[in-house]
Ligand binder design. Sequence first.
Ligand code: FE2
Length: 332
Amino acid sequence: MNKVKISQISQDNYCSITRAIFKFLPKTKLPFCLYRMNPSTGSFKPATTEGKTIISSEKLAIYDDCEKGLIFIKNSSISDCKPYFAANLETVISDISDSISDEDLAPIIVEGLKESSNKIFKDSIKNNFGSFHAVLTATGELVHSNPDIIWHMLPLLDKSHSLTNKSLSNGIIGAGVCLHGREGRPSLDSFLESLIALFLCDIGMCCLPDFVLGKEFSLSVDEQKRIRTHPVNSVEVLSLTQSMTKTSLRAILEHHERLDGSGYPRGVTSDQISWLGKLCGAVDSFVAMTMERPGKTSMTTVNALKTLYKESTLYDSNIIYALEKVTYREEC
Ligand SMILES: [Fe+2]
């Protein structure tokens, strides 16, 4: 076996670290080791010591060697990098996602999206929308070019009830339906506008008091009235960002409309509801049924799908079939 082949085999076990990635890694007590590749032999030697501070001279040399593509971590250390990678997901996707396996990358993406969603659902949409939009766009581009990564993301979704977990489940399950549940792949632009509508259709819930949230199935008349304002609230809040397309905003407004006109806020019927509005509605209902809530047993995937199929006057059966193709495989 010649040296080139040995080098290629060795690099398969390592992941390249760029300057931008090194910049956000902690420099004190780094809990894993960085490696420097010898470009003439393809062999790797430790460039740092696990758990030790990286001193200034080492830091400068590592920055230089990052530029030359000579700094790596072992693939077995990627799970230790998860907190740093998740907090800087956009950079990880642009710089090194090609050298991370789908199995290792999926938990980083799910955690990164969760952190980013948390900031707009729990903190301030005004202050955090720009970074959320950038992270979601980078993720959408990656998932659109590599749809199989969805299969690694679906089992990682957290079913405990919160607006953030629901947003994440809506987005990832809905992305699966767009990419795996239908004939042909949507264009990237169309996929991205679907993704943001799926993620943010319930952002208007943030305008509601906490006591109303988590009670979608046992609401008083007054609480029902308040909760029914959330599609309009979502559109109003998101319109202010000036980053949403009309297609996304329309779908968000329509995600509680139903085919027979029994939905809200306008009570429109099937042919007046966009395909994306129907998709957001079906996925949102599926996720609401299967989430765990205090004092309420969550439905299994099979029972939630059966319920949606039975309610054929409310939901588009082709969309439920596409949803089944994605979620039923998840449970297998
Ligand atoms: Fe909703």
